[in-house]
Design a protein around this ligand. Structure first.
Ligand SMILES: Nc1ncnc2c1ncn2[C@@H]1O[C@H](COP(=O)(O)OP(=O)(O)OP(=O)(O)O)[C@@H](O)[C@H]1O
Length: 303
């Protein structure tokens, strides 16, 4: 199973171009779509989930044309939107049973089995009789996954699921997702770099509706070896450093500022080489130190 997105564009009525000629090949497994707020992630996710029309382009899931065969796609689609409403007075088990009926699982014995197994898989079995209104953020998200998994989707679209989860809930949630990636296409949109580095075998960086990078996280990190340098400075020095160097990121650490810069040769000035991580990759791409490439990270500095 593979998802092929070709030349997708979308401009809203207010003139905002949310997607500009987006093309991606998404194989089975866990795929990360990483970008800041407003990058166009939700627009792309809603189009993949057959809830929105692009202006142009095509999307193919295996042999299905996602934009034309919507009913067929919906049978094999799971979608966890950024926000969803639940009946607060319903129990988790009742609500999931209700969604299973909507999904067309009419045989009651089969449905009971499926609902039970999903509640166990999402670690909600013990709280299945509690009202959804009493659920924590993490429990809600896991319930959302249980709903999205009804009917064994071949395509699972998950939009910013970890925003608002505490660290323990986030880890539990990511572990749950990582178990799903093997047999279907799972697309995870997020603005959190760690979500991608911990989970995804492939990823794309999107900003202002454009794909800036499409790669394997490990490959992108390797390609930056030797090009990331670190210094710890006083805040007042930052403007001067930004003039002189290609600054990737700055981070406060105990009142001082840790600066990462991009340079293919020793930049001097007290900078030391560091092992790059996916944050260095992401912020370098966002800062425009790299040219967009379709696969892998080419070491090309923009003029
Ligand atoms: N219905 C709409 N009408 C007009 N503009 C919209 C609409 N939906 C989104 N936009 C704009 O399109 C751009 C992309 O939005 P989108 O929600 O796809 O981004 P995102 O990456 O998901 O961001 P976020 O994480 O904030 O949801 C933004 O500039 C947004 O303001």
């Amino acid at each position: 199973m593979e998802l092929t997105i070709t030349n997708l564009s979308k401009t809203y009525a207010n003139g905002v171009q949310a997607l500009k000629d987006v093309s991606l090949n998404i194989p089975g497994g866990m795929y990360g779509l990483l970008g800041p707020n407003g990058a166009g992630k939700s627009t792309l996710m809603r189009i993949l989930a057959t809830l929105q029309e692009p202006d142009s382009g095509s999307v193919q899931l295996g042999h299905l044309d996602v934009l034309r065969q919507k009913d067929e796609v919906r049978k094999t689609l799971g979608y966890l939107p950024q926000e969803f409403g639940l009946y607060p007075k319903s129990s988790a088990a009742d609500m999931l049973n209700h969604f299973a009926i909507l999904k067309g699982i009419t045989n009651s014995t089969a449905r009971k089995e499926i609902v039970g197994s999903l509640l166990r898989q999402t670690n909600l079995w013990d709280v299945r009789k509690l009202q959804l209104g009493s659920f924590s953020g993490g429990m809600r998200q896991r319930f959302g996954v249980a709903v999205a998994l009804l009917g064994n989707p071949r395509l699972l679209v998950v939009d910013e699921p970890t925003a608002g989860l505490d660290p323990a809930e986030r880890v539990r949630f990511l572990n749950l997702l990582s178990e799903l990636g093997e047999y279907s296409v799972v697309i995870l949109s997020t603005h959190i770099v760690e979500d991608v580095s911990e989970l995804c075998t492939r990823m794309a960086v999107i900003n202002r509706g454009q794909i800036l990078l499409e790669t394997e996280p490990q490959q992108a990190i390797s390609a930056m070896h030797g090009s990331v340098w670190r210094n710890i400075v006083r805040k007042e020095r930052l403007p001067a450093l930004e003039q002189r160097y290609q600054v990737i990121s700055t981070k406060l650490l105990g009142g001082r500022t840790v600066v990462h810069v991009y340079s293919e040769t020793d930049p001097g000035g007290g900078f030391e080489p560091v092992q790059p991580d996916l944050k260095d990759v992401y912020f370098s791409v966002m800062a425009g130190h790299y040219q967009p490439v379709t696969s892998g990270l080419k070491k090309e500095v923009l003029p």
